[in-house]
Design a protein around this ligand. Structure first.
Ligand code: NAD
Length: 237
């Protein structure tokens, strides 16, 4: 069964691994990316890449139109795009706070709302949101990011209740520290400090996050909704 899958921020890091996993499983995959060029390996796998900034509703709508024309209505949505703007509260500007919320939370709202249209019509759908262990535990210097990621849990659980009767599931994956561009900004000392707190003693690889997402989108997870699945090496327990 080949489904129409959309992964936001699918051009690198965790989103790239998720898009690759669905494409290799035979699904019709589209990704959105904000800048640069989509990776050649995804083009080779037949993945449709659409430039789209999720802070702009018109761009989100245009992206969906392109995906629907090519693959039909989105059946599996993975809302993965996200940013950090880390700084201590005393230095955090209103813009530092608002821009992180506008991407991580409101951006997720924009893509979920647009996907819901087709899912309601189809009377089925799978939505997976990428939160973070930081949203559950908090993290000094990341109050904006943690707030936006924690909010995704309430968002997903509300929609799981609202749309369960329509056969649309909403689940959250909360990764720990993953080897991607987002964590490359940490220096060796910070990295060692984090790894020291992770029971499994290492960072995750993006493919390990993709495996949980693939499961939540599979028939094996048909009775799972409103769940928050940590993929964090035990960091958040
Ligand atoms: P990354 O920086 O490598 O990738 C982020 C992706 O989001 C990119 O594709 C980028 O283009 C996209 N994006 C950002 N702002 C956007 C916007 N306005 N419109 C459209 N796309 C936008 O980061 P990553 O590590 O792959 O993170 C992916 C997701 O996983 C994020 O939501 C992040 O918060 C979350 N996460 C990451 C980690 C980690 O340790 N790397 C841990 C927990 C959660």
């Amino acid at each position: 069964m080949s489904r129409s899958v959309l992964v936001t921020g699918g051009n690198r890091g965790i989103g790239l691994a998720i898009a690759r996993a669905f494409a290799e499983a035979g699904d019709k995959v589209a990704i959105t990316y904000r800048s640069g060029e989509p990776p050649a390996e995804l083009t080779a796998l037949g993945v449709l890449a659409v430039r789209c900034d999720i802070t702009d509703s018109d761009q989100v709508d245009q992206a969906y139109k392109q995906v629907e024309d090519a693959h039909g209505a989105v059946e599996v949505l993975v809302a993965n795009a996200g940013i950090t703007k880390d700084t201590l509260l005393m230095r955090m500007s209103e813009d530092d706070f608002a821009s992180v919320v506008d991407t991580n939370l409101t951006g997720t709202f924009r893509v979920v709302k647009r996907a819901n249209r087709g899912m309601l019509r189809a009377k089925k759908g799978r939505v997976v949101l990428i939160s973070s262990v930081v949203g559950l535990l908090g993290s000094a210097g990341q109050a904006n990011y943690a707030a936006s990621k924690a909010a995704l849990v309430g968002f997903a659980r509300s929609l799981a209740r609202e749309l369960g009767s329509r056969n649309i599931t909403f689940n959250v994956v909360a990764p720990g520290f993953v080897d991607t561009d987002m964590t490359k900004v940490l220096n060796d000392e910070q990295r060692a400090g984090i790894v020291g707190q992770v029971p499994l003693g290492r960072y995750a690889q993006p493919e390990e996050i993709a495996a949980a997402v693939s499961f939540l989108a599979s028939d094996n997870a048909a009775y799972i909704t409103g769940a928050v699945i940590p993929v964090d090496g035990g960091l958040g327990m």
